[in-house]
Design a protein around this ligand. Structure first.
Ligand code: NDP
Length: 331
């Protein structure tokens, strides 16, 4: 039974030396627990923050302990009346091939709603983040212009589609021509900008003739510097993520204060946990749109337990389209 532990805390970009693979005994489930076989592991940008030993909204990973994160697994032995052998569950699970977990800390997946991997993406944490961030903080009105950074990722690709459902002009920013084509042709954005090959400020000016009313920010940094001066009066900034700075210790800037004043813009950060009481509502809405064909999603699937760290590193290089997951085993 393999496990992946945090071996060292990175200061900049994480590499293989920060992780280590450890062999362990097959766990034995105790009363109230289930033994699960990990099928799919989610790697997410926020996990970079948990590698640091700093106080945050979630506890740091412990050195020499398994990393934990979102995963889908199959129950292979149950010591709980709530779950039975063969059930597919999701929850925060350790990076282990087999794990014994408390049955009340995981949730059964309903396979009739879509492939079970959607519980890590569009019907899971990233989908809910897109839904609540955009509708509750962005509060877009029909006809308004929404700009989304990190637009081809798990959260961003859902945000742009919800923006279109709500009748807005949607402009996505992403880092490859393949992603630009995906945004335009599959997700139906009005304009898409490749920040690696285009002048983002000028491209935004051309793509947003009526200015920007909502900025859903997944990346921060220089892309955001190009957005702030073009915000309309009473614009809303949904500060969802800042991946451009996660591997940059003591990152300075951006300097956006004057732009917020002149646009009377509202900027609000959030973590998806803020919406815990409303998860069911968000989940039902996303599942409905998915069933009606109004939402679609992409997954980038890396194969093999040993490749979880590589899949994680890829998030910072833009290797993924849509949700990055790792397939560990067949059910
Ligand atoms: P993604 O699927 O979007 O993967 C990350 C993407 O970020 C990459 O594919 C890459 O795309 C882009 N990226 C990486 N480095 C940079 C950079 N230096 N500059 C610009 N873009 C970069 O991840 P998620 O959808 O899971 O998460 C998106 C953001 O939302 C993250 O910042 C994450 O931390 C945040 N988040 C926040 C939550 C909350 O509760 N507030 C919950 C979930 C996520 P490209 O090729 O376009 O560069």
């Amino acid at each position: 039974n393999r496990e992946i532990h945090l071996n060292e805390r990175p200061t900049g970009t994480p590499t293989h030396e920060h992780f280590k693979t450890v062999e362990s005994e097959q766990p034995v489930p105790q009363e109230g627990e289930v033994l699960v076989k990990t099928l799919y592991v989610s790697v997410d940008p926020y996990m970079r923050g948990r590698m640091n030993n700093v106080k945050s909204y979630i506890e740091p990973f412990q050195l020499n302990e398994p990393i934990e994160g979102g995963a889908v697994a199959e129950v292979v032995e149950s010591k709980s009346s709530d779950l039975e052998e063969g059930d597919i569950i999701t929850g925060m699970l350790p990076w282990k091939e087999f794990a014994a977990v408390q049955a009340d800390r995981v949730r059964k997946v309903d396979p009739s709603l879509g492939p079970v991997t959607t519980s890590l993406g569009i019907l899971g944490m990233p989908g809910l983040t897109a839904y609540f961030g955009l509708t509750d903080i962005g509060t877009p009105k029909e006809g308004e212009t929404i700009v989304v950074s990190g637009a081809a990722g798990a959260v961003g690709s859902t945000v742009v589609q919800i923006g279109k459902i709500l009748g807005c002009r949607v402009v996505g920013i992403a880092g490859s021509d393949e992603k630009i084509t995906y945004l335009k042709e599959t997700l139906g954005v009005d304009e898409a900008i490749n920040y690696k090959t285009e002048n983002v400020y000028q491209a935004l000016e051309a793509a947003c003739p009526n200015g920007i009313d909502v900025y859903f920010d997944n990346v921060g940094g220089e892309i955001s510097d190009a957005v702030y001066p073009q915000l309309n009066k009473f614009a809303r900034i949904v500060q969802c993520g800042a991946i451009s700075s996660y591997n940059v210790p003591n990152d300075k800037g951006p300097r956006m204060q004057t732009h917020l004043i002149k646009s009377s813009a509202l900027m609000k950060g959030f973590t998806i946990g803020d919406y815990q009481d409303r998860f069911q509502e968000g989940f039902m809405q996303l599942a409905k749109w998915l069933k009606e064909g109004k939402l679609t999603y992409e997954e980038t699937v890396t194969e093999g337990f040993e490749n979880i760290p590589d899949a994680f590193f890829g998030l910072f290089e833009g290797a993924n389209m849509g949700k990055q997951i790792v397939k560990v085993a067949e059910p």
